[in-house]
Design a protein around this ligand. Structure first.
Ligand SMILES: Nc1ncnc2c1ncn2[C@@H]1O[C@H](COP(=O)(O)OP(=O)(O)O)[C@@H](O)[C@H]1O
Ligand SMILES: [Mg+2]
Length: 224
């Protein structure tokens, strides 16, 4: 990372775009405090994020890793992972409903007690993503880090996942590592990262005009 400097507006969507290896995931790791900065600072409302107790900090953040977020166990265990308060069945039903999971869960004989298998192998890609979204809904974080899936889903599954995401990000401060043109076009702010450097910040219409590499990405739709 070299001279990285940007602001993330509250309750809006910021998309991070750039070639593979440019540092997109690193930004997420730094925000989650999985890595410490060697230089510089990250502030939330003018307070250095290191001043928050780590557990309190992590509680504010929901991380939706869409391809690998599940673990062996039941659907219920996967949905409530990371929650320390008591919850009721209606909370599970709410999360399933908003994440467009209710329908497929109701078709399983054991419902919320269905075993998903190691890393969720018994679910389809789109189902796994929706359970990850349901988990984030239950945690109800202020800040949402979303790593958009690169693998393609069938168009019906894609529709349900995108709809669930749009409900999840409402009124949250959201950062998306974006791979889809539709996500990027809808973002309030796009940050273009290239080899650890921000080479452009703006909206789609602005970057298409001002940023040659962004324009190339859009033309080829090759968002890594
Ligand atoms: N822990 C680390 N220490 C040093 N370099 C790292 C570490 N993690 C990733 N990198 C390097 O940082 C660069 C950015 O990686 P990454 O954030 O994963 O990029 P992206 O998500 O945009 O593909 C890559 O060159 C990668 O090899
Ligand atoms: Mg990455």
């Amino acid at each position: 990372m070299k001279n990285i400097n940007f602001s993330i507006p509250a309750h809006k969507v910021t998309a991070i775009v750039g070639p593979s290896g440019s540092g997109k995931s690193t930004i997420f790791y730094l925000l989650e405090r999985l890595y410490q900065l060697s230089e510089g600072e990250i502030l939330l409302n003018n307070i250095n994020i290191n001043e928050y107790p780590l557990d309190e900090w992590r509680k504010q953040i929901g991380y939706v890793m869409q391809e690998s977020g599940l673990m062996a166990g039941t659907l219920e265990e996967n949905l409530v992972y990371g929650i320390d308060e008591n919850y009721e069945i209606k909370d599970l039903e709410y999360a399933a409903s908003i994440s467009n999971s209710s329908q497929f869960i109701s078709k399983f004989e054991s419902k919320f007690q269905t075993q998903v298998g190691e890393r969720g192998v018994k679910l389809s890609g789109g189902q796994k993503q929706r359970i990850s979204i349901g988990r984030a809904l239950l945690r109800d974080p202020n800040i949402l880090l979303l790593d958009e899936a690169t693998s393609s889903l069938d168009s019906e599954s894609e529709f349900y996942v995108q709809e669930a995401i749009s409900k999840l990000i409402k009124n949250r401060t959201t950062l998306i590592i974006a791979h889809r043109l539709s996500t990027i076009k809808n973002a309030d702010q796009i940050i273009f990262l290239d080899n650890g450097v921000i080479t452009g910040i703006g909206k789609h219409d602005e970057l298409v005009i001002s940023h040659e590499k962004y324009r190339y990405f859009v033309q080829t739709q090759s968002f890594d």
